[in-house]
Every structure is written in C-alpha cells, then in structure tokens.
Design a protein around this ligand. Sequence first.
Ligand SMILES: NC(=O)c1ccc[n+]([C@@H]2O[C@H](COP(=O)([O-])OP(=O)(O)OC[C@H]3O[C@@H](n4cnc5c(N)ncnc54)[C@H](O)[C@@H]3O)[C@@H](O)[C@H]2O)c1
Length: 422
Amino acid sequence: MNNALRLALIGCGGMGHRHLFGLDELARAGFTPFTLVAACDPDEANARSLADQAQERFGSRPVVAPDLAALGSLAVDAVSICTLPEAHHRVGVEALHRGCHVMVEKPMALTARACNLMQRAAASTGRVLSVAENYRRDPVNRLAKALIEAGVVGQPRLMLHHTLGGGDAMLMSVWRHQRRSGGVLLDVGVHFADIMEYLLGPVTSVYAQTRLHEPVRRNAAAGQVLPGGPTPSGVYAKALSAMPAEFAATAEDAAYATFTFASGAVGSYLEDHASRGEGLWKRAVFGSLGSLDLPGDRSGRRLRLLRDGQEPVDDQRLLERVPDLRLDPATAALFGGERLYEYSFPFAETDRKLLATEYYEFATAIGSGGPAEVDGAQGARAVAVCYAMLESQRAGRPVTVEEVAEDRLNAYQEEVNAELGL
Ligand SMILES: NC(=O)c1ccc[n+]([C@@H]2O[C@H](COP(=O)([O-])OP(=O)(O)OC[C@H]3O[C@@H](n4cnc5c(N)ncnc54)[C@H](O)[C@@H]3O)[C@@H](O)[C@H]2O)c1
C-alpha cells in the first residue's frame, strides 16, 4: 500500500463518483495500485461528496480543492480526469507538465486540435497518457476480438453498428446536446468508434450524413425527487432533477455513415439518438466464412457465431476457438474467470468492474513505462472518426480520418476550437 501511486481525481460529478466506486471495487478484488489523495472540482459540493464517500470506503479522506494548482506541494503521481470534455485538454496538459501520469475519460478531448495538444504534452514529458475507454474492456468484447483475430468469420468484409432510439429525451445531461461541449455524436460515438477500430483495425475514410432532428430536448426528471445512494443513477439523480424540463439542443443527434477500414472491410454506421418507434441495437461482423453477432456493451450477454450449414454457437464452445485467450488478472478476479463468454451482474456492478480494470491497466502501464492500451494516439483516433462524420456532412464529400486527425480538415470544429481558444 505504501508504494501505491498517489492519485488525484479531477472532476467529481457523475463519472468522478463512478470512478471512485471503480477504485473501491478494484481494492475489494485485492488490487490497490492507487491511494486517492485529492478530489478536485470547482463545484465544491461535488468534490466534498466524493471525498466523503472516499473516506467511508477507504478510511482516509482525500484533500478537497478546486483544481490541481490549489493542491500546492501535495505529492501527486497520477491524475484521473473526469471533468466535462471541454476541460480535458487543459487539465491534461497541465497535469502532464506537472509530471503526473494522466488517465482521461473519453472523449479524450473536444476536438482533434485539443487531442493533438495532449499527445504532444505526453510525448514531451514522457508520462503515460491513457484514455478511459471502458467498452472494449468488457470480457465479451475481449472474446469477440480474439475470435475475429482467430479467423472464425474468415476475412471480415462488413461491420454493422446500428443504434437507434431516444426521441426527444435528454441523454443524461444538457451539455451532451450542446455543440460546444461535443454533443452526443462525440460523447457516445467515441465508444463505438473505438470498438469498431478495436475489432477491425483503423478506419481510413468516412462518408456521412448527420442531422439535428430534435432541436428541443426534454428532461423527464426535472424537479423530481429521485432515489439517491451510491449508484450511477443515484449519483446523477440530484443533477438531473436540477436540470431544466426542456432546453434547446445545438448538437447533431444522428449520423448515418459508411466507413472504410484499412483492411478493405466496410462499416455501416447508424447512430440515431432521436429516432422514434422501433428502437434498434445491432452490432455484427460479417466475413468470408460467417458472421459474429455482438450484444450491447456491458450487458454480459453472449456472442453468436453463425457459419453456413452449422448450428449457431453462443456458449463455451466459442472459447474452444481461442484456446490462448486469458483475461488480465484484475479482469479475471473482478468478473470471475480468465476465460468468459458471458457474465451477469447488476449494471452498476458491471460499471464498477470495468472502471476498476481501467485503473489496473493504467497502473500497469505506469509500472512498465507505457504505453497504455488506449493511448493518446488511439484516443485521438476515436475523436477523429466521430468528427470525420461531422466534417463529411459539412464538406459534402467522403473524408479521410487522417485529414481530420491531423487537423487539416476542421471547418465543423472551427467554432468549437474558437470557443476553447485554440
Ligand atoms: N465511460 C463512460 O461510460 C462515461 C459515462 C459518463 C460520462 N463519461 C465521461 O466522463 C466525463 C464527465 O462526465 P459526467 O457524466 O461525470 O459529467 P458531470 O456533468 O456529471 O460532471 C462533470 C464534473 O466536472 C466538473 N468540472 C468541470 N470543469 C472542471 C474543471 N476544469 N476541473 C475540475 N472539474 C471540472 C463539474 O463541476 C462536474 O462536477 C465526460 O468526459 C464524459 O464523457 C464517461
């Protein structure tokens, strides 16, 4: 415990609290690579709430401060950034220059330019920069990746990622519907972009139509007294209740796109947070030998492999196709096995476990000198894929992920960069 890394959690809202629960879950699984020494947030009530819960769980209270600078001479080895996305690059660059290793929530930063600043700071300081991308760490997604690499569907030809639903309901917060804060196509889209690249490798080009279908969003929880408690919904309940019943949305809420992968495979991407009627979840990879159907992230449900003329396979026989697959020690301890094809926990528990694995991997990367699994380059790619869709709509043509990542195509992002002073 004494040589545990001294961690400051910066941003103590909903996700900051969920990170605390993740650290607690990791400790209960027998891993204590970090000691939480500081809770930073300009919203003092949020920082205090997090410090109170840390004291309850770990028996020691982190220092409460508005920001890293206010910590003075307190020694900090690593920071975990759970602020609003618009602050990620500023807080991240500052922390790196103070000599801290950084784990930052997705999206890595608000624009490609902001991501590049963070990558440069990580490179010049030699510190670890890790992006807290939780979906790929789901044991079922780990199995999917291993199966695709083992060739169970043959050469991948097509990936579908289709998610539809939402109507005019607010998605968790007002800021997720504002262009200056990224909008849902970035905030949610980076998870999907990361998974698509995780499974099939780099996306090279994107052609998209994007829309803002619902310019007014409604918050059904406004003014409601919702149950509290240390669950993700409890964490957000107070904030949701205080948010307006309806507000103007400025960020696009739907993207309909075709991706090309470097491998030659094609991606069909529908992300519509405004659709009405039938909701839809479909993620599948179709290859030269068959198809693999993937369940919702964090659901614990099974994959389904279909090969022509054979019965579908969705059980332990999937594991026989990947005899060498082993989850890392923390994931195995948290989820109950080194080789899993399903799991079943309440959502809040699954959420804690996945966040716990992020901390384990962050500490491992620091110990080995890096890089992290989702490093600055990969985190920035996910942001660039999302903006490639919005830039494609703006430019009226297919665009390359490279021109967006290198900040050569940025007309859509210009307004956001200007807001950020970049
Ligand atoms: N991986 C996931 O599953 C997941 C889920 C939810 C949110 N997130 C991410 O976590 C981040 C935070 O989201 P949230 O839902 O907690 O938002 P939130 O609005 O609940 O909390 C944000 C917190 O950041 C604080 N903050 C703002 N600027 C700050 C600054 N400069 N320094 C310190 N604190 C600052 C706010 O006061 C607030 O307490 C976002 O990047 C979001 O995309 C990830």
